[in-house]
Design a protein around this ligand. Structure first.
Ligand code: PAF
Length: 280
């Protein structure tokens, strides 16, 4: 695997491959890689000649400094894992290489998608995500880019960005990868205490029950039921649960048969914030 820390040599390297008509697949990450990331890499390998992974813990998408400081960093293990799946290229830039002197986000208009859910609870988060993903897309200029559906709102926002800027990149959303007990894989899981790790599968169990209930009940009644379940839980604190239209990400008021809905949840397990979602 070729490792680059600077954008210019990476651009030159990838241009030479593009000149030979090689297709580039891109998997942007913040490191602390797990099986979920590896599944994105495998998907990328199926449709592309070269797979580029980036590892960059993007400071501008963190709304809390302690979350950025505590974000798991396991670079040597990540390199080992990437080599084990025959990844071709790793881009691992410094903050200065990406942002220069000024570590700030651009401001984006994602037609309101950015104001729902995560956008409400993590101020500036999607401006940070938009800034880094756009920057990485400019550097790597991939044919296909791969994102997990665990961050479904992020995925929709990136699709919107690609459309708004008319970028010639196909965004591929990939299904959520779960532990055997149902917990959605996340780099943050490694920071859960034993008690919280045991408690955390309750999140997906509740989502699955909510999905069943939504077949017969209104969204308001399912939402109330979920809130009650978490109120009784000794180790998990619900930040939000909402049932939203998959396209607009707006919380639904009345069920319509021609629309696709998804339930979204954010939960604190101690000081670790976990998100998940399910198609209804
Ligand atoms: O999903 C992530 O890991 C990050 O938000 C991303 C897309 C790599 C941007 O920093």
């Amino acid at each position: 695997m070729n490792i680059f820390t600077e954008k210019q040599p990476l651009k030159v390297y990838l241009s030479a491959l593009k000149a030979q008509n090689k297709k580039i697949g891109f998997v942007p990450t913040m490191g602390a890689l797990h099986q979920g990331h590896l599944s994105l890499i495998k998907k990328a390998q199926q449709k592309n000649d070269i797979v580029v992974v980036s590892i960059f813990v993007n400071p501008t998408q963190f709304d809390k400094k302690e979350d950025l400081v505590n974000y798991p960093k396991t670079f040597d293990d990540d390199v080992h894992l990437l080599n084990s799946v025959s990844c071709n290229v790793l881009f691992h830039p410094s903050v200065e290489e990406i942002y220069g002197e000024n570590t700030v986000s651009e401001t984006f208009d994602f037609s309101g998608l950015e104001h729902q859910m995560e956008g409400k609870f993590r101020e500036g988060h999607f401006n940070g995500v938009g800034t880094i993903v756009k920057t990485l897309f400019e550097i790597v200029a991939p044919d296909n880019a791969y994102f997990g559906q665990k961050d479904f709102q992020q995925l929709q926002i990136i699709k919107k960005m690609v459309k708004n800027y008319r970028l010639p990149i196909k965004i591929r959303g990939c299904k959520i990868f779960r532990e055997d007990d149902g917990l959605a894989m996340s780099s943050r899981n490694s920071r859960l205490s034993v008690t919280h790790r045991i408690a955390a599968p309750f999140i997906y169990k509740t989502l699955k029950k909510a999905k069943k209930k939504f077949k017969k009940e209104s969204s308001a009644s399912v939402t109330e039921w979920v809130a009650k379940k978490f109120k009784k839980h000794p180790n998990l604190v619900l930040e939000y649960f909402t049932i939203a239209d998959e396209k607009s990400l707006e919380t639904i008021k009345i069920k319509e048969s021609n629309k696709k809905y998804r339930a979204f949840i954010a939960v604190f397990a101690g000081d670790i914030r976990l998100i998940d979602n399910i198609r209804l």
